[in-house]
Design a protein around this ligand. Sequence first.
Ligand SMILES: NC(=O)c1ccc[n+]([C@@H]2O[C@H](COP(=O)([O-])OP(=O)(O)OC[C@H]3O[C@@H](n4cnc5c(N)ncnc54)[C@H](O)[C@@H]3O)[C@@H](O)[C@H]2O)c1
Ligand SMILES: O=P(O)(O)OC[C@@H](O)[C@@H](O)[C@H](O)[C@H](O)CO
Length: 465
Amino acid sequence: MTALTRASARAGAPAPVRIVHLGLGAFHRAHQAWYTAKAEDAGEWGIAAFTGRRPDVADALRPQGGAYTLLERGPDGDAAETIGSIVEVWPGDDVARLRELVAREAVAIVSLTITEPAYRLRADGSADLDDAAVAADVAALAAGTDPSTPLGRLVAALDARRRAGAGPIAVMPCDNMPNAGGNVHAALQAIASAAGLDETAAWIASDVACASSSVDRITPATTDADRAEVARLTGLDDASPVVTEPFRDWVVQGSFPAGRPVWETAGARFVDDVEPFERRKLWLLNGSHSLLAYRGLLAGHATVAEAIADPVLRAEVDAWWGLAGEHLPAGLDLAAYRAALVARFENARIEHRLQQIAAEGVTKLRVRFVPVLLAERERGGDASNGAVAIGAIAAWVALVLDGVQLVDGRRAEVETAMASATPVRDLLALVEPRLAADASIVEAVEIAASEARSGNRLPTVPELA
Ligand SMILES: NC(=O)c1ccc[n+]([C@@H]2O[C@H](COP(=O)([O-])OP(=O)(O)OC[C@H]3O[C@@H](n4cnc5c(N)ncnc54)[C@H](O)[C@@H]3O)[C@@H](O)[C@H]2O)c1
Ligand SMILES: O=P(O)(O)OC[C@@H](O)[C@@H](O)[C@H](O)[C@H](O)CO
């Protein structure tokens, strides 16, 4: 078996670094790095990517010069190719290198895929300056030492760019969050101001353009079996391949004052208003993913393909899509979108573990169900409306109260809520305070969660009063 190396991956010299990426996970490598590699001007756009919390992926990719195998796994077979757009890899804690790169005039974009909770935003999308890690970063920025959260590190790097006079730049968060560009723009300014970096805060307001986008490509965590399959298909020993589905979609809103790759030549779409696309994707795809994850784990399923084949869950997904669709604008061709989702979820060759999707419930539920549920409450209407969303949220509550270990960056607060006299209300308050303030919602979640916990693993969901 030959090792995958920079030389075996690329014919010519690596592209110059013009994009810096934070969060060197699977998704960035299946999505933005793929679009960059496939753009017509790929040779002009190299990516320097930083890991988040651990150096592992950078350590694995460095001997390969940043290159890796992308395995597209369709319902009928696999196709492997080497992606070479990432040309430098760094551990996330190398803030000196991050500052140095972002301060270069040639660098035009900083993109992020760091997971939703890593932004440390409140439920209303603002920076949580009371969060201990954010507060520590504010102190570090004020003292001129290295911050540890991604947005703290980004403020340090933007401060270096302003001081270097390297000109405007675009920041492009690509996590599953609504209004990501707007919220991140405000959060960066808030962190800089709190640290006393007033000139940098003003410069971020005027010279940093934050783009929002709807990003879509189902990309589960890579397994040992995937690595073995890549080796069999390519004859190359790749320390860190990525497995993804053939489908991909990218809708972007925003400006790129220092330039960008012609991503549209690879299929990306640029629009004036991304919100309808963002909502369609977050509610229909991510919402049904979370519904299948929490209700599916209660029913004993392990993967999305298994859960969508369960007729009870499939009916709930249809009900959820019907409800969410009522709150989406016309013209989004929901029938075709829904049909495509079913086919994508049924692709059993993509082994998307429900446990992976079930992680970070506090942050995900807030984005995936709450806007529809609250809009439904405001609209009045039939008492049963919203029940399917209640059922999904209650399934998360039941799993948490049953002690099922779900990864959550807000675990300490989850545990405090679990131990309180009103655990359901307190868990809901973590997700979104307005849920906890609605007595009918709290009661409906309590009933559904208690049914689920008492052994009726797939309970019917109660109507809202
Ligand atoms: N995987 C998908 O199918 C998919 C599709 C669309 C969007 N996304 C978005 O991309 C995100 C990442 O997905 P992935 O598949 O790459 O996950 P991953 O686990 O492979 O990578 C996550 C990256 O974020 C970093 N990170 C995680 N928590 C962090 C923290 N608290 N602080 C700093 N860095 C942190 C990790 O170190 C890693 O570099 C998702 O959370 C989602 O918002 C994923
Ligand atoms: O990546 P997460 O953890 O935010 O959410 C899990 C899945 O819902 C998500 O990754 C989807 O697979 C993805 O958003 C599809 O584009």
